[in-house]
Design a protein around this ligand. Sequence first.
Ligand code: RET
Length: 278
Amino acid sequence: MAVLTQGVVPLEMTQAEVYREVQENTLLNLSFWVNIALAGLSILLFVFMGRNVEDPRSQLIFVATLMVPLVSISSYTGLASGLTISFLEMPAGHALAGEEVLTMWGRYLTWALSTPMILLALGLLAGSNMTKIFTAITADIGMCVTGLAAALTISSHGLRWFWYFISCMFFLVVLYVLLVEWPKDAEVAGTSEIFNTLKILTVVMWLGYPIFWALGAEGIAVLDVAITSWAYSGLDIVAKYIFAFLLLNWVVNNESTVADMAPGLGAAEAGGAAPADD
Ligand code: RET
């Protein structure tokens, strides 16, 4: 009969202990609560703004965009309660090797739900076809999940960065669709101006996330945990709530432009995924 050997059990903190650590770090705790408040206000505002929208495509843009603060408020509640934070011992080779580092893994997990909604809304705005929306969203989910893997890998320092590299490759696919494919579609759909504003906002903000990951405690550790958390929270404020407000405000005022895009995804481009109209 096989005998199970008792391995060395890593020092694990209970959820209540993690919660206490968060409570004691006021700067960190505030980076969560500011976002909970802003997400709550955004939800109320966006529901109010969308109350008279009748065009189905505009409604879909609204629902997708409304999901962003809804996921966000859940994400930050998970962080503030200590549920989605762990203290992980960094492997040899890491700047904080052997130390227990606060890891906000709930962020990466919930990005896998919120960022696809942002891309769906942008793809719909650009009049993109289904293939491009699917490509952007699946690559984006790949980016978030492999980013989560990078943060949670504690067996090898090299493999942490290998996950990070894979995540960046997925990110390049998202950037390609955003910067090359959708601008052409938006031109045809007549939504170029707003699309390009939101594209620039999105690309600039999104580039900040891998930079702060690399500089933060999980990467080369030149930034402390609370500062890194504020960096993410600040990026979130622009990439989510300001982005969503600009998009929805435009949709409300230009519902007919959205409604006039031919029905179905892929309408903006000949040879798209939508069936031909005959
Ligand atoms: C990680 C680390 C691994 C490499 C890359 C990353 C990119 C993350 C991005 C996140 C965007 C998040 C947003 C959230 C809004 O809810 C995972 C940090 C490339 C781009 C916009």
